[in-house]
Design a protein around this ligand. Structure first.
Ligand SMILES: [Fe+2]
Length: 219
């Protein structure tokens, strides 16, 4: 435990479930083929490159929200979406799911998205569901002290209000499809209840983690 960072030590022994797969799995080969086709069909102007950010990554829009999340605006369709009927059929059209945005996230070989936190989790108003498309062996997501890597074709999510870091120490791109949703019964029903249980304790824990992270940054 000595090699854990201060905010990672906080989740040890918390008993909280920090990430889990949903009940949904897709054919991984077909999903990868369709995703690569969607990327190829997307104009460069719609590939939002965050290469300047630590660990550089690219977001490729499939459905984007012209307003703020939660505003109820109709989502804008992007050209790549037509190439992903498997995603549309198996995830996006699920009854009751309220979509706020859908993007392919591409993390390059050797990329590291350093420790940060988001206001996303099934105990919060907004959650980010992730569909694993290409997960090179050795690529993973830290959430607190836990390392997660869900196999291609798995729809999963985590408590991203806790400090987390995404590492791809491999020689291949890592590909995910991020499905941002307003949390409701339909979204929660896809996952084990333990992933959104004890909301207050999760919030206290994440605030402690954020404090530790900010202290380290300023230190
Ligand atoms: Fe994040």
């Amino acid at each position: 435990m000595d090699d854990l960072l201060p905010w990672q030590r906080l989740t040890v022994g918390s008993g909280l479930l920090l990430a889990a797969p949903s009940v949904i799995t897709l054919d991984p080969d077909e999903l990868r083929r369709q995703t690569l086709s969607a990327i190829a069909a997307t104009p460069e102007a719609e590939k939002h490159n965050f290469a300047g950010a630590p660990g550089g990554w690219t977001a490729i829009s499939l459905l984007s929200n012209p307003g703020a999340y939660g505003s109820g605006h109709a989502l804008r369709c992007h050209p790549g979406l037509d190439h992903l009927p498997l995603l549309e059929r198996s995830v996006l059209s699920l009854s009751g799911l309220v979509l706020e945005g859908v993007h392919i996230l591409r993390q390059p070989a050797a990329g590291v998205l350093a420790w940060h936190y988001d206001h996303q989790g099934l105990h919060l108003p907004l959650a980010r569901l992730l569909l694993s498309v290409q997960v090179p062996s050795g690529a993973f997501t830290w959430i607190g002290h836990e390392k997660h890597a869900f196999p291609a074709g798995t729809l999963w999510t985590g408590d991203f209000s806790q400090p987390h870091q995404v590492e791809n120490g491999t020689d291949q791109d890592r590909l995910m499809i991020a499905v941002d949703v307003t949390v409701n019964d339909a979204a929660r029903a896809l996952f084990p209840a333990a992933l959104y249980a004890e909301g207050a304790r999760r919030q206290y824990l994440s605030q402690e983690g954020i404090n530790a992270l900010l202290a380290a940054r300023s230190g």
